[in-house]
Design a protein around this ligand. Structure first.
Ligand code: HEM
Length: 507
């Protein structure tokens, strides 16, 4: 009796699975998008059994070699495809129908709420419109001072280990500097992460970022309810970090809002709030722009602002950290490139290491910009992004069914030999002015492209130029330590560290 019931149950489940996937199967077959063998209910999950964050790029390499640049994937009830094809990437990034994120991003909701990275539809559109002016070049110009001061602290702190022998993992070093920078520019507060890494807010950001990275790659930690049951201690730790970060952001927002309201009440001039005690102009923080914004005539609430500020904190520190660390690594291993960067930095910034950089001077560091772009090609901080299709959508001549998850393989597209000759080689001159127009803009998308591109990309480029030029002004970067082993943990990290050695420069 029980066996019969079990047989009926299984037959029903398999039939449901078959019927549920029938339309998808037909449409993907008609679109010519193939993929690895899929099993009832679990899809391609068995393929992942021996995989880890370290091997995921190799797996994707093998899938591309076998099935081409568009690969059909089904995983535990989720359906869709991966693409490393610039023509398909162009179709996705240029379409208004494909701007919704997929549930890969769900892990971030507790921390970031429905901020710009995760929001969709009308909410995303309106928020994007009011946040865009926060990245106006006039505001960024003021931030360069922060980039310069914080990277000076980074360099100063590295002298202790700059003996030409010690292996330094640049990821944690750059991470604290990037955290200081984003806190001061987004919230207008100094958190002194580099000088006091034990400060509770800094600890919470570090803990939450690394725990989310772990959850991202661990299937048992992915699903919220499983996480709670199987890892109660980790769940409590993560929740405590998120609460601590929210409390901190809330207190900063409340304080800045009170300041703003008080000055309106006193003199009616909201900009007076931006004067400090001795009447000097206070630097505008991204949060101030949000405090002064309205949607349909109504100001944003504290929780509206908090989700955006938390999004800046998240998007604006790990990404730049990865890129700064990988660029230092590449410079250390390419002395001829480093020598050119050093010469340019000396020519533009002069021989006094303490002369502050400005936006205009950073603009003149053209070769350094090529170096950073090439570093982001080989090691994109965001190696994969995801989208979700809510309706049948024609993309690059292929009709893709609704309820499809799409994964854009930025890492692979940027190493495609059809678009980049000698793709594994570090050749910054690919991005030189003389070769302008040679690179397909959808084969190279470290900041994504189209409506949902990175709103912080100019900010990021200025920050990276400031920190890396500072490193090169102070130190010769040496090829010490293990080679990198890129791993995809939310952003691009390396399981072996991102190492180099340092020797003070005398000139
Ligand atoms: C090297 C540094 C950076 C890289 C490589 C990078 C890359 C990206 C990419 C690929 C996206 C698209 C994500 C997706 O579609 O899911 C994105 C979105 C975003 N980035 Fe960045 N980013 C960097 C730095 C920053 C900084 C410094 C900030 C803020 C200060 C920032 C804020 C954002 C925000 C708010 C979004 C969401 C935009 C939207 O959906 O409208 N990013 N970034």
């Amino acid at each position: 009796m029980y066996l019969e019931l079990l047989a009926i149950f299984l037959a029903t489940v398999f039939a449901w699975d078959y019927l549920r996937n029938r339309r998808h199967n037909k449409m993907y077959a008609a679109a010519g998008i193939r993929g690895p063998r899929s099993y009832p209910l679990v899809g391609n999950a068995p393929m992942m059994i021996n995989e880890s964050p370290k091997t995921i790029f190799n797996l994707q390499d093998r899938l591309i070699a076998e099935f081409g640049k568009n690969i059909r994937i089904q995983m535990m009830g989720e359906r869709g495809f991966m693409t490393a094809d610039p023509k398909m990437i162009e179709a996705i990034m240029s379409s208004q129908q494909t701007i919704q994120k997929n549930n890969l991003y769900g892990l971030l909701v507790n921390w970031l709420g429905d901020g710009l990275l995760l929001s969709k539809g009308k909410k995303w559109f309106r928020r994007r419109k009011i946040i865009t002016p926060a990245f106006h070049f006039k505001i960024l110009e003021d931030f360069v001072e922060v980039f310069d001061q914080q990277s000076a602290i980074m360099a100063q702190q590295l002298y202790d280990r700059a003996d030409g022998k010690t292996v330094i993992n640049m990821f944690p070093v750059a991470c604290l500097c990037a955290m200081d920078i984003i806190a001061e520019t987004a919230m207008g507060v100094k958190i002194n992460a580099q000088l006091q890494p034990q400060f509770s807010y800094v600890q919470s950001v570090t803990t939450a970022s690394s725990m989310l990275a772990e959850r991202f790659m661990n299937p048992l930690q992915r699903i919220e309810s499983w996480m709670k049951i199987l890892y109660p201690k980790l769940t409590a730790k993560l929740n405590a970090s998120v609460k601590n970060m929210h409390d901190f952001t809330n207190s900063v927002i409340t304080e800045r809002r009170e300041l703003l309201q008080k000055s309106i009440a006193d003199g009616g001039d909201p900009d007076a709030a931006l004067l400090n005690d001795v009447g000097q102009k206070r630097r505008l923080a991204l949060l101030d722009v949000l405090l002064k914004s309205t949607i349909d005539g109504a100001p944003l609430s504290n929780s509206d602002i908090r989700e955006e500020v938390d999004t800046f904190m998240f998007e604006g520190h790990d990404t730049t950290t990865s890129s700064i660390a990988y660029t230092c690594y590449l410079l250390a291993r390419h002395p001829e490139v480093q020598a050119r960067v050093f010469q340019e930095v000396r020519d533009v910034l002069g021989d006094d290491k303490s002369t502050p950089v400005t936006m205009q001077l950073l603009g003149e560091l053209k070769y350094l910009e090529c170096v950073i772009k090439e570093s982001l090609r080989l090691f994109p901080s965001v190696p994969i992004i995801g989208r979700y299709l809510t309706q049948d959508t024609l993309l690059d001549g292929k009709l893709i069914p609704a309820d499809s998850n799409v994964m854009i393989l930025i890492y692979h597209a940027q190493r495609d030999p059809d678009y980049f000759p000698d793709p594994e080689k570090f050749i910054p001159d690919r991005f030189s002015m003389e070769r302008k127009g040679e690179i397909n803009p959808f084969a190279y998308t470290p900041f994504s492209a189209g409506a949902r591109n990175c709103i912080g990309q100019k900010f990021a480029m200025l920050e990276m130029k400031s920190t890396i030029s500072k490193m090169v002004r102070h130190f010769e970067l040496l090829p010490l330590g293990e080679e990198v082993q890129p791993v995809m943990n939310l952003i691009l990290r390396s399981s072996t560290g991102i190492n180099c050695g340092l020797k003070p420069r005398v000139y």
